[in-house]
Write a protein that binds this ligand. Structure first.
Ligand code: ATP
Length: 299
């Protein structure tokens, strides 16, 4: 059984409250009604790939609590393969505590919970699944040893490794060398290159020379720049009336992975991915904003 995209990553419940202002230390403020949404970068990318018509599966961990059940249900509703979504008893499912200020600005605390228990044993159990994937996608919300082990399995089986450097953290050289591409936003690129923001084309070229096989820098409304070999290509984004950019990066990366799995060049895959990213900013939320193929803006 072949899979287009297997995601090894996080599953979080997003707990969202709106506030007029943030409390000072020791202070209490009243907020809006609590909203609970399925999230986590790993789950988001698996859902986004499945909604675009891909065969997608997720390797991850949740707790045996209500959030875990909710997240499982959301993933199953989109047809994500869940044979290797494990449950850790007695540990809470990962949560992101999100306060939204009056200007729509988010402050986020992530409590990894069960995500932090994903380990090399889980990768060993999912070896057959990972080896059967055209593309294996990673972010950094699960422990580095699990990511490193899974990338080794994927590369050994001839799969293509895509890594999203989110949240930013140092990447071991062995893992970086497998990335084709490494996907970063400008903030994550600056973290890796240690410099000021410059021309995005130079940034992408510098990243591609720093270890990965290829690199993609996403630029919000300005689209993305792709660098691989000695080619650097700017990919403009379709114009979109942005309502909420949450999940744009996950939609972009999932769409990129899907098209790479189907045999597109990196440039062509990025031309498709900017359409998915643009679609995702037109609706609120993360998973709720991900498009089906018919909802993509014209190229
Ligand atoms: P986020 O953290 O909000 O999910 P990110 O910082 O990881 O996003 P961005 O570069 O902001 O990533 O966005 C990813 C992609 O989504 C962009 O490359 C672009 O294709 C698309 N996108 C984002 N914002 C817009 C916008 N305002 N208009 C059109 N496309 C957008």
């Amino acid at each position: 059984e072949r899979w287009d995209v297997v995601v090894v990553g996080s599953v979080n419940a997003d707990l969202v409250v709106g506030v007029d202002r943030r409390p000072a230390p020791g202070e209490t403020v009243l907020g809006s009604d609590l909203a609970v949404h399925p999230g986590g970068k790993g789950a988001n990318q698996a859902v986004a790939a499945a909604r675009l018509g891909g065969r997608a599966a997720l390797v991850g961990r949740v707790g045996d609590d209500g959030h875990g059940a909710l997240l499982r249900e959301a993933l199953a509703a989109d047809g994500v393969g869940l044979d290797h979504l494990a449950t850790t008893p007695g540990v809470p499912t990962g949560v992101a505590l999100i306060t939204v200020g009056p200007d729509g600005d988010n402050s986020i605390i992530v409590s990894p919970g069960a995500n932090a228990r994903l380990g090399p044993d889980d990768v060993a159990a999912a070896r057959g699944l990972i080896a059967a994937a055209s593309v294996v996608s990673f972010q950094l919300e699960v422990p580095p040893p699990a990511v490193a082990a899974a990338a080794r399995v994927a590369a050994g089986a001839g799969g293509r490794v895509v890594l999203n450097l989110s949240p930013p953290a140092p990447v071991p050289a062995e893992l970086l060398a497998r990335c084709d591409p490494l996907v970063v936003n400008e903030h994550e690129a600056a973290f890796l290159l240690g410099g000021e923001r410059g021309d995005p084309r130079d940034t992408a070229a510098a990243l591609a020379r720093s270890g990965p096989r290829s690199a993609v820098v996403t630029l919000g409304a300005d689209g993305a720049v792709v660098a691989g070999g000695d080619r650097v290509t700017a990919i403009p984004a379709p114009r979109a009336d942005a309502v909420d950019t949450t999940g744009a990066g996950d939609a972009f990366t999932a769409a990129l992975c899907l098209r790479l799995a189907r045999g597109d060049t990196l440039e062509d895959a990025a031309r498709y991915a900017v359409r998915a990213g643009a679609a995702a900013v037109r609706r609120r939320g993360a998973q709720s904003s991900f498009p089906t193929p018919t909802e993509l803006p014209a190229p």
